[in-house]
Design a protein around this ligand. Structure first.
Ligand code: LHQ
Length: 262
């Protein structure tokens, strides 16, 4: 297994847990961390024993976005553009394309590109005391690493614009109300509940879960008729899986299905 310096990576009970681990900086991103997250996501993708991915932060923060003390030397020319394209885009792309469920456990502040990271996950569970912060406009930048895309789709244009330009802390309960996260729990319950949820997801028919993710992401940019056709195409594949055979057999035998993710 690869050695990581800025993250922790552990596979257990079908769950790959990736923990951002620069707690003294609220897990702000440096280049190495982004490369290590990319590497860990690729490992989790390849590893057949992994059937769910859990992303969290060490210490009191989830992720404070780009480490503002380690920006590229100069920001002229295409420096910032290259930085976003080379280091951030691969992470967000993997989160969207890995055909396994990805759960964010938001333990504390998720700011700037740290909020983008959280929003890019398929599911989000959040501590009552945590918050999202579209911090970008506060320092004269625009939402990046996918935040514009996620926000307009998840809360609609006008609210997305408000969250971005007001750039205030969005408390957990408000995140829940807006549909930005799925569940809010007491801070002490976050880790156990996130882990239990991830382990439960890892028992699901992973192939069908992955195809569901593919279909829903495609649906974000397709017409209804295109979506129906794409569903039919993927359903043809799902119907050939071992899990479909097991699912229908278990139904007839009136017992819970035991899925293998194949
Ligand atoms: C930090 C950071 C941080 C360094 C906390 N950097 N040290 C931009 C440019 C280029 C390319 C790519 O993309 C981006 C996208 C972005 O992500 S831009 C947005 C960058 N992030 C921010 O603007 C958020 C900055 N952080 C904050 O506003 C606060 O830290 C929040 C509101 C997140 C938390 O506030 P507090 O709970 O009061 O904690 P704190 O501010 O005291 O932070 C704790 C320590 O972490 C502190 O260090 P210190 O040595 O004083 O204990 C901070 O300096 C450090 N830290 N975020 N992004």
């Amino acid at each position: 297994m690869a050695e990581y310096q800025t993250i922790l990576y552990q596979v257990d009970q079908g769950v790959a847990a990736i923990t951002l681990n620069r707690p003294e900086r609220l897990n702000a991103f440096i280049d190495q961390m982004l490369l290590e997250i990319t590497q860990a996501l690729k490992s989790a993708d390849k590893d057949e024993t992994v059937r769910a991915i859990l992303i969290g932060g060490a210490g009191r923060g989830f992720c404070a976005g780009q480490d503002l003390d380690s920006l590229p030397e100069t920001l002229g020319g295409h420096q910032l553009y290259d930085h976003l394209m080379d280091h951030y885009r691969p992470v967000i792309k993997l989160l969207q394309t890995i055909e396994k469920p990805i759960l964010a456990a938001i333990n504390g502040p998720a700011a700037g590109a740290g909020a983008s990271l959280a929003l890019a996950c398929d599911l989000k569970i959040m501590a009552k005391t945590a918050y999202l912060l579209q911090a970008f406009n506060n320092i004269g930048l625009i939402p990046d690493a996918g935040s514009t895309w996620f926000l307009v789709r998840q809360v609609g244009y006008s609210r997305a614009f408000e969250l971005a330009v007001e750039a205030e802390r969005i408390p957990a309960e408000r995140c829940l109300e807006l549909g930005l996260v799925n569940r809010v729990v007491e801070p002490d319950a976050l880790l156990p509940e996130a882990r239990a949820w991830a382990e439960k997801l890892a028992q699901r028919p992973t192939y069908a879960v992955g195809l569901t993710k593919r279909a829903m992401n495609r649906a974000l940019t397709s017409t209804l008729m295109e979506a129906i056709e794409y569903e039919a195409h993927l359903q043809q594949l799902a119907a050939q899986s071992e899990d479909f055979a097991e699912g229908t057999k278990a139904f007839k035998e009136k017992r819970p299905a035991v899925f293998k993710g194949k």
